[in-house]
Design a protein around this ligand. Sequence first.
Ligand SMILES: Nc1ncnc2c1ncn2[C@@H]1O[C@H](COP(=O)(O)OP(=O)(O)OP(=O)(O)O)[C@@H](O)[C@H]1O
Ligand SMILES: [Mg+2]
Length: 421
Amino acid sequence: MSADSPPSILIVDDVPANLQLLSGMLTAHGYKARPATNGSMALEAARRAPPDLILLDITMPGMDGFEVCRRLKADADLADIPVLFISALGDATDKVRAFDQGGQDYITKPFHVEEVLARVRTHLALRRAQAELNGQNTALREALEQLKKAQNQLVMSEKMAALGVLAAGVAHELNNPLNFVKTSFHGLEKDIHDLTALVAFCRESVADEKRAALDAFEREKEYPTLVREIPELLSHIYEGLSRAGHIVGCLQVFSRTDDALSRDIDIHDVLESALVMLNNRLKKIATVEKKYGRVPLICGNFGKLSQVVLNILNNAIDAVESVDDPARRAITLTTGTATRDGTPQAVLHVADTGPGIAPEILGRIFDPFFTTKPVGRGTGLGLFICANLIQEHHGALEVASVPGQGATFSIYLPASREDAP
Ligand SMILES: Nc1ncnc2c1ncn2[C@@H]1O[C@H](COP(=O)(O)OP(=O)(O)OP(=O)(O)O)[C@@H](O)[C@H]1O
Ligand SMILES: [Mg+2]
């Protein structure tokens, strides 16, 4: 029902004289009257162009008014249109049946023109009010959704800030003991090496009469096993130390608040430096195809962006590594320009031919400590940190994946003001 066009009213009656009378009366009062002489015609007319109100006779050949009303109310697109029965059947049971079928009102023939007009006006006003209310409801629901989103974001950013402080504290506290364990480890490794050399030297120089006793002592202490085990144990300790160091490093990156986003950066430079760093892994596992396009410079922090690209590339390498056919282990890097929210952006897509990501975990991969990798292989902090760093750059990090056909991570970063076209 638009404000500038007259309300349209569908009149359904099999008696031409009735149709004419009602049409004339409604047209004279500024309504647009649309006649229909039977039930099927009425339904078809209503579906073609839904009217604002329907005046419906009950007794008609073929489909009667009750059935027309029932079908109208069963159609989601037409159910809201008010139906006013207008009939010579004045029995209470007929009226009850009419309301049961979903009719809004009932006028008995012969009718008074003024009464029909008054009821038409009332129902049209009701319908208008209902439409307004629905509109306001929708707006309210949308506002509530926005509010909920904003609230979630607020809670999330507060959580992140608190987590940042916690992470910084933990990283700092762990870093000191880790450093002296590391230093001691290197000292211990050297001492053991020297000790082993000393034992070997002593063995060489031991007098023959003592050799049998030395051999027995070595057997008792399982000396050969000991010598074999020591490097293995040391390498396990070193592996554990490296992992702990990596986690502390991640926590430090996550909680770092210094390093303003101040440099104009070409995303290709970030990519190339990451590729150099990963060259050793890449050349053994995957082929890299570069589809570089024109990208605007972005205002950012080179170290943080490198961290993001390294994490995403490392994930892509991990993913393609599990593909049996070495010819199908590919990573494609595509760069270009896009416009998002009206601002020009640099775009980087990292696509791999790995196993992809199952839909049920797609929503969780950015959560801290979410990993599907075996214990010791992944901390589950990579993408969490990436998402935070990209958010810090006012950009977006998105993922798309079809299981079995690989995954594509896309980074969008706003062009620096100097480079915006
Ligand atoms: N390219 C990819 N293909 C398939 N799965 C992926 C890909 N990238 C990420 N994932 C999934 O997302 C999870 C989380 O990734 P994320 O980088 O956060 O942690 P991680 O790689 O497991 O550990 P780390 O902290 O060492 O990076 C991964 O364990 C993996 O299940
Ligand atoms: Mg990772």
